[in-house]
Design a protein around this ligand. Structure first.
Ligand code: SF4
Length: 390
């Protein structure tokens, strides 16, 4: 495969912070659209489609280095050998022409996007075919496509989130920046957030991953929520660091070589065989974010976008309420069997072919109770939700 070396444009975009040359390798994959059985309960996306493999932002903690996302021998290539899916827009058009309309996660605004504009072309296809979009970014380059996002928002729905885990006035910000040193400055991301909010597009922060010690102190948690609210953001969704297979090995090598004072604390928090943060630590951070979001008048969940013309809006609203209950129950450390009962009920309502309101109107409470994975108690709760939604 003939790869193109693009040192100079990458260096100028990054303000000279790029340490190694970057190779942009054209590829022609067979598919681009990942279809999920149902929307996830964090971002509400049913589909995802991204035009690049590897990321020039090269954040040291990035979960995309995991084998399942990056099935290549040398994990060190992740930030320096970028596979460019040249036929991405063509594949996306074909796939979406046959797919039911639902929220799709798209957009990748790493420096390569300046040259190839594949994210923009894929957004154009979403707009043309009436698909709502969710863009999660660490780069203000997304502003280049604000016109298109606005147009998608007018026709369907556009939702944007910035990955931000620390603010410039936080105690460990300089070290956090060393962990994401090739990504654009946080101030630029907040400026972009403000412009997107001013355009009327729902926007917020995904505080992912909240790095132990560097990001989970109270000052930083409050700063992220306050900066988000001050820049027109509507939510802060928090998530923990995950470590698996080759990405885990890579991250611990980085700690050993560049952050040796953090090594033993991370080894203690992420013993061999663990994947995410301990439930107790994650709950403490998530509960604090909830309190702070309430204080600053924003949400700690991404509000589920409404898709115009959706015939099962009520089902989606009920599924969102049940999923939010799942999140609340996890924060309250409720028993796993109860949490799973609500999660399965959310899935069941999501997958219903019929309108849940019609079921209730024709068959009453018995109709709700007879839905798979619902039963009498959740049937009554769903009826309550329907009253609130009415
Ligand atoms: S910007 Fe996102 S995808 Fe890119 S390296 Fe950082 S965390 Fe990974």
């Amino acid at each position: 495969m003939l790869c193109e070396t693009l040192c100079h444009s990458a260096v100028s975009y990054m303000g000279g912070r790029h340490a190694a040359p970057c190779h942009l390798c054209p590829v022609q994959p067979k598919t681009i659209l990942n279809k999920h059985k149902r929307p996830d309960h964090w971002f509400w996306t049913r589909y995802t489609a991204y035009p690049y493999l590897g990321c020039q932002h090269g954040c040291e903690f990035c979960y995309c280095r995991e084998e399942k996302y990056y099935p290549y021998e040398d994990v060190n290539d992740f930030a320096h050998v970028i596979k460019v899916k040249e036929n991405g827009p063509l594949l996306l058009r074909r796939a979406l022409s046959r797919a039911p309309v639902d929220l799709i996660g798209v957009g990748d605004y790493q420096p390569a996007e300046r040259k190839f504009e594949l994210s923009r072309r894929m957004l154009e296809i979403c707009h043309e075919l009436g698909f709502p979009v969710f863009v999660l970014e660490r780069s203000p380059l997304v502003l280049r496509d604000l016109d298109l996002l606005w147009a998608i928002g007018e026709r369907a729905t556009a939702l944007v989130a910035f990955s931000i885990i620390s603010t410039p006035d936080s105690p460990h910000h300089a070290r956090v920046r060393q962990m994401e040193r090739l990504a654009p400055p946080v101030e630029k991301r907040f400026e972009a957030m403000e412009q997107i909010a001013e355009a009327g597009i729902p926007v917020g922060t995904c505080m992912m991953p909240t790095l132990p010690i560097l990001c989970d102190d109270d000052t930083n948690l409050e700063n992220v929520v306050r900066w988000t609210a001050d820049h027109g953001g509507r939510f802060v969704l928090v998530g923990g660091l995950t470590l698996a297979d080759q990405q885990r090995a890579y991250f611990f090598t980085v700690l050993r070589e560049r952050f040796p004072d953090l090594l033993s604390a991370y080894q203690a928090r992420y013993p061999e065989g663990s994947y995410g943060p301990s439930r107790g630590r994650w709950r403490n951070v998530a509960l604090r974010i909830r309190e702070l979001c309430e204080r600053y008048g924003i949400s700690d969940r991404i509000p589920r976008p409404i898709i115009p013309g959706d015939k099962r809006v009520l089902n989606k609203r009920i599924a969102e309420r049940l999923a939010n209950q799942v999140y609340d129950m996890e924060l309250n450390d409720e028993p796993g069997y109860r949490v799973w009962a609500y999660r399965k009920a959310a899935w069941a309502i999501e997958e219903l072919e019929q309108d849940v309101g019609l079921i209730y109107r024709t068959m009453g409470l018995k109709g709700l109770e007879s839905i798979r994975d619902v039963g009498p108690k959740l049937g009554r709760e769903i009826k309550e939700f329907m009253t609130i939604e009415a």
